[in-house]
Write a protein that binds this ligand. Structure first.
Ligand code: HEM
Length: 535
């Protein structure tokens, strides 16, 4: 028994010892795990801190989860961002966090050059917004909202080598002239012969829309479908980022905005389908040499390209049409509205421009339009006025955001893949180190300089620069010059009695003048051109 007890006691003691060892072992293991985790945690924290230190400094005020998104919901966010970068010391490359995405705002000419030239390829992607899928036929259709990929390269070639060539621009001059003459007559009629004010933006929108539509498919917007002008206007409101674009796990909340986008898309698609179908019916009955020489015809001829990868389908054509309509109408009408408002609030500049306009008109029939050739040959002040307008009021103050396809370095910073980039061309154009008295409207500042807007001078980038630069710049400028020259030739511009000119900017869902310009056009001594003839 004793022995048994002894054996039993030995076993118990042994078991106790084993238990003690196990506890000790478990304790040691726990200590190792905790120590290892602590080590890992501190290393990760260090790495994170090092990474953060290499990311550009961000302004305070980031909210949990959404980060700096609220900055973009403020009134005129471009002004606020410029203030942070330039006056509050966050510098030419400022960091932000937009939901889950890192972002930078670039606000000096040198940093813009680095982004749009040295890092152009890395930042050649556009951000994938839900509206690209729901309004624009998909992220990788057409140009404006596509990633950078071989398909985009092919599309871009199509734009630059076939749709927006100098030759085609020349061939389409008659469209611009006809729509210009229509505009002059509409202004005269709407103002009741120079008695009442007209909404200039509305009229310019109509003209720019009709030019874009006729170049594309040889009909005005109104002739294509009565609702099309409104649908194009609605794009301004619907093509807007959603919460899910920044916080993917909240995409389910996008159901309402997406419903609006889908509805708009369906309406646009119906009109575009009928435009393409009608052209096909026309092609079936009409000899090839009598078909219109427009973009649609060029695109339809590519439907069965000999190189299969270059085939384009109806949805590609519709996406390009949407690109052209959304890219050209708002941009030209808003810029022209600003140009006239800036001239009206700077009477000396208006006087000088009128003098130039009159001296060129002297050599022409009084009823004749001033043309783009006149501008190129003999109207340097008009060109300066346009540059100065695009400097002071670029339609895309932050360009269209780009996103990096891989990690890259800018200066001392490391930018992770997926960094969104905003080039603050509005702020760069107000940099006192580049422009003397930058807030004044002074077209003369361009006298004797070769500074222009064509993407080579990073001090002045209203059309962007690099791979994603505006492909419609040449056509856009042609419309701007032609229209401004003739608005000044044929009319004096007056504010309605008792009203003053308001120059505030609106920067919510599209950038424009906050209060539309309502002015009275008073016919000058030139008789209006015949609506159908008179170049
Ligand atoms: C006053 C006239 C115009 C201005 C100020 C303007 C401005 C711009 C700007 C700032 C961009 C973004 C560039 C960047 O991110 O670097 C852009 C892109 C674009 N513009 Fe224009 N634009 C004008 C006229 C036009 C016209 C007439 C068209 C077509 C007919 C057009 C089609 C496009 C397209 C398709 C893009 C996207 C290009 C891409 O992402 O590859 N624009 N435009």
């Amino acid at each position: 028994m004793e022995m048994a007890m002894g054996i039993g006691g030995g076993v118990q003691q042994h078991q106790l010892q084993q238990k003690g060892d196990a506890v000790l072992l478990a304790g040691a293991a726990a200590i190792v795990v905790v120590a290892f985790s602590l080590l890992l945690y501190t290393r990760m924290k260090k790495q994170l801190r090092r990474k953060r230190a290499l990311f550009p400094r961000s302004p305070p005020g980031a909210w949990p989860v959404v980060g700096h998104l609220p900055l973009f919901l403020k009134d005129r966010p471009h002004q606020l961002l410029a203030e942070l970068c330039m006056k509050q010391g966050y510098g030419p490359i400022m960091g932000l966090r937009l939901g889950v995405h890192p972002a930078i705002v670039v606000s000096s000419a040198a940093a813009a050059k680095e982004l749009l030239s040295t890092q152009d390829k890395v930042f050649a992607n556009r951000v994938h917004y839900a509206f690209a899928d729901h309004v624009f036929y998909g992220y990788n259709k057409a140009l404006g909202f596509s990633s950078y990929n071989p398909r985009w390269v092919q599309m871009r070639k199509l734009y630059t080598l076939e749709l927006f060539t100098a030759k085609r621009l020349q061939e389409m001059a008659h469209i611009r002239h006809e729509e210009m003459r229509k505009l002059l007559h509409r202004l005269q009629q709407a103002s009741n012969g120079g008695v009442q004010a007209v909404d200039l933006r509305e009229r310019l929108f109509e003209m720019a829309g009709d030019i874009a539509a006729r170049q594309f498919y040889s009909k005005t917007l109104g002739e294509s479908a009565p609702e099309l002008p409104h649908l194009v206007e609605a794009m301004e409101d619907e093509a807007f980022p959603t919460l899910g674009d920044y916080l993917p796990w909240l995409r389910f909340l996008d159901v309402f905005p997406k419903r609006g986008m889908d509805k708009l898309h369906r309406s646009l698609d119906r009109v575009f389908t009928s435009i393409i179908d009608e052209r096909r019916r026309h092609m079936a009955t009409c000899p090839a040499n009598q078909l219109p020489n427009d973009f649609l015809q060029v695109l339809l001829s590519k439907e069965e390209s000999v190189v299969p990868e270059q085939n384009i389908c109806d949805n590609d054509i519709k996406a390009i049409l949407l690109d052209v309509l959304s890219g050209s109408i708002h941009t030209s009408s808003v810029t022209l509205e600003w140009a006239l408002a800036l001239l009206m609030s700077n009477p000396e500049c208006m006087r000088k421009l009128r003098e130039e306009v009159d001296s060129v008109s002297k050599h022409k029939d009084g009823r004749a339009l001033l043309t783009n050739e006149d501008v190129e040959k003999a109207m340097p002040y008009l060109e300066n006025v346009m540059k100065e307008t695009l400097r002071v009021q670029p339609v895309a103050p932050l360009l269209l955001p780009r996103v990096s396809g891989e990690e890259c370095h800018m200066g001392q910073y490391t930018l992770p893949k997926g960094t969104q980039a905003f080039v603050h061309v509005w702020a760069i154009a107000r940099d006192p180190q580049i422009y003397e008295d930058p807030l004044s409207f002074r077209p003369e500042r361009f006298d004797g300089t070769d500074l222009d807007v064509r993407g080579q001078h990073y001090e002045l980038l209203p059309f962007g620069a690099g791979r994603r630069m505006c492909p419609g710049m040449r056509g856009g400028l042609a419309v701007l010059y032609l229209t401004l020259a003739n608005l000044i030739k044929f009319f004096e511009w007056e504010m309605p009695p008792g009203q003053t000119l308001d120059m505030s900017e609106k920067a919510y869902r599209g950038f424009s003048k906050e209060i539309p310009l309502r002015v009275i056009p008073k016919l000058r001594h030139y008789p209006l051109p015949d609506p159908l003839t008179h170049i």
